[in-house]
Ligand binder design. Sequence first.
Ligand code: GAP
Length: 438
Amino acid sequence: MTSDTTNVSLDNLVSLCKRRGFIFQTADIYGGMNGFYDFSHLGVLLKENLRQAWKDSLYNEQGEIVFMEGAVVGPEAMWIASGHVQNFHDPMVDCMACKHRFRADHIDLAKGCPHCGKSAWTEVRTFNMMFKTEVGAAQAHASVGYLRPETAQSIFVNFKNIYSTARVKIPFGVAQIGKAFRNEITPRQFLFRMREFEQMEMEWFCAPQDSVQAFEFWCKKRLAFYDAIGIDMSKIRMRAHEKDELSHYSQQTNDVEYLFPFGWRELEGIAHRGNYDLSQHSKHSGKDLSVFDEATQTSYVPEVVECSVGSDRLLLTVLFDNYREDVVENEPRTYFAFKPHIAPIKAAFLPLVKKLEEPARALFNEVKKSIPQIQFDVPGSIGKRYRRQDEIGTPYCFTYDFDSETNGTVTVRNRDTTAQERIALDQVVHYLHDKLKK
Ligand code: GAP
């Protein structure tokens, strides 16, 4: 077994994801689009399991969590108030010899162009990463909008709406899963840096005097999430931002980092945003976004602790972290060791031979009533079918054979150990439900 998954090649992972139907490059029949990806059946199921695990992980005893879904386009005034029009920049530089463009902070300019080796740089310019668009058909009346570069702002501008309708008390959290867009100068490393991606963000609104404790609380809780979804915790670390790294809105930020094959990189950001966002939106919109504290009979603007992770970057992490290679019956095998509740397909049902398809399918249909994420797989030798299921990370394969007809049992094969046991047909549903418990 590969014990060190930091050596997994990105190319192998990308081709497995394509070959087995997890992820495709957007419009690949037209040559693809840099920084954009489409998710196919297995990718969709895997992502949905991660979203669900993330939602579950937010519940806590300190306050309510409520959900929202905002529009992806927001008016210019909102992005001026948030500081994104003025501050959401990356430094960009072009090589005048080969015309390649780079993030100036990602390369050593003194060493020359990483593509052609020449030292013919343009000035370093700042580049705003927001996608700008015109809203409205008649050009004269069109207004400027931006695709959101983070989902968080939809939460801040809705703070008062939610606070006054959701029957919540401070502290509470508003969580959102949705698309974000950044015109990254150099999208790279597959799902790591994309131009269209999904974020899972939770903004925790609390009283100013409780914000430091809340920041620590959420840092701990977020680490527990990665453990619960089965990430190798020796590849997770928490790193505090230096003062000069902090985003324009942040008082303190801790990144949860994962050891990718290309090094330690940010997976999630946990930020103490103070009351920056609510104060800015209050100032620019003219609306009062403070709350009234009955106990002290005073008003205050809540402070915010934010937990923000990209769904796609998390999916990439889970793919890398669970990628395994070993040798079974003298043949090399590749598999994903996903935890059962994260695996896109929970079990496969395989008739040993075509002749047994009907009773095997009856068992499959019975299980499907309560566990829909299962597959029925008929063509190919049993060994080939096991390998196919291993490659997509299916934790259990149930094989219906001739003994099943006579003694009412099936074999169940464990993906990780490849060990097999026989269980009664009427125990299969219970067996699987038990294994799917978190
Ligand atoms: N609201 C705070 C915020 O957006 P961020 O650190 O810029 O903070 C949060 O982004 C998370 O979103 C990152 O930790 C990462 O998981 C994900 N993310 C950011 N940019 C991304 C990109 N270009 N492609 C994929 N995921 C990205």
